[in-house]
Design a protein. Structure first.
Length: 322
């Protein structure tokens, strides 16, 4: 049964961790959407999450979820190292898929996912929820309209203190851990929104005791002289958010880049004008609503987060991480 034929969009969740729970709670908060199924490596955890989210069914493993014809779209909330492999399996089974970021741990993996999506003709999205936030979209529109003149530079920071725990997914290289792909990816997408693909990438990474990156500073360079300065780490809280500077003024989103609550617009010598907007629930409702909109229009990608952007960002991150 197609998504358009159902009164509610029926979501399946792969994974039973913290992010799966937070996203599932926001599915229930978003009109026209509900949790249908949950699957995880541990059936008991899947059943507990299903019960807590009010889902209809817990399925015995991921493949059962991928093969389930009564699920309209699957949210992959597993560890980063298996995102690409699981997305390809789900797409091959004809499922619509929202892949928690990153789409893959390299641009090559992400290209394989995009190829599978195009071959299957089903919907695929990297879950870069920041791109659906109304303040981020408003900032993009202001930049496109020339409100701040020609864009000269982007600065962005996203950091969160995480004590070093080598078996935590954030620090385990076997699970795709590292600050670059967990937090730095947001700063990269932010720069991409305003400047597009860089002509050159340089970076400095710091390392945790097991060698995984726990901090990254990047500089993206552009042929016309623009520059993006992007930082992320697991060592302390963010202080900057995101700033877009132009020939006539600037835009400042914050305090956190991935879930901003304020957009300050300064043009010339005038005082900044600030808009505010909060994200309901855990912050994922705008993304969930966008997925539902796309599926009801039979779109295979979201124009707010096309796959080509995800591939380009991961290619730049490959350079930075190298």
């Amino acid at each position: 049964m197609s998504a358009a034929a159902t009164a509610e969009l029926r979501w399946g969740i792969a994974g039973a961790g913290r992010v799966a729970r937070a996203f599932g709670q926001d599915i229930a908060r978003t009109p026209g959407n509900r949790v249908e199924t949950v699957a995880a490596r541990d059936p008991a955890r899947a059943e507990n999450l299903r019960r807590d989210l009010g889902g209809r069914r817990a399925l015995p493993g991921y493949q059962a979820l991928f093969d389930d014809p009564d699920t309209d779209v699957i949210y992959l909330a597993t560890v980063s190292s298996v995102h690409a492999e699981q997305a390809i399996r789900a797409l091959a089974a004809g499922r619509n898929v929202v892949v928690e970021k990153p789409l893959g741990v390299s641009a090559a993996e992400a290209r394989d996912v995009a190829a599978a999506a195009r071959q299957s003709g089903t919907f695929c999205l990297e879950a870069m929820w920041m791109r659906m936030h109304p303040l981020v979209r408003q900032a993009q529109q202001l930049a496109r309209d020339g409100t701040i003149g020609d864009v000269l530079s982007v600065r962005a920071e996203l950091s969160t203190p995480h004590p070093y725990q080598p078996r935590d997914r954030l620090f385990d290289p076997a699970l795709g851990g590292g600050a670059a792909l967990d937090l730095g990816l947001y700063t990269a997408h932010f720069a991409w929104l305003f400047l597009g693909a860089p002509a050159g990438v340089t970076s400095v990474l710091t390392r945790a005791p097991n060698g995984v990156d726990d901090g990254i500073a990047m500089q993206w360079r552009y042929p016309a002289g623009q520059v993006a300065e992007l930082t992320a780490n697991f060592k302390g809280p963010s202080a900057l958010g995101g700033v877009v500077s132009g020939t006539r003024g600037s835009l400042h989103l914050g305090p956190r880049l991935n879930r901003p609550r304020c957009l300050s617009v300064r043009v010339g010598p005038s005082e900044p004008v600030t808009q505010t907007a909060d994200s309901p629930g855990n912050g994922y409702t705008y993304e969930i609503a966008e997925v539902a909109r796309c599926l009801r229009l039979s779109l295979t990608e979201s124009p707010l987060a096309p796959l080509e952007d995800s591939l380009g960002v991961l290619a730049a991150m490959d350079q930075a991480r190298a």
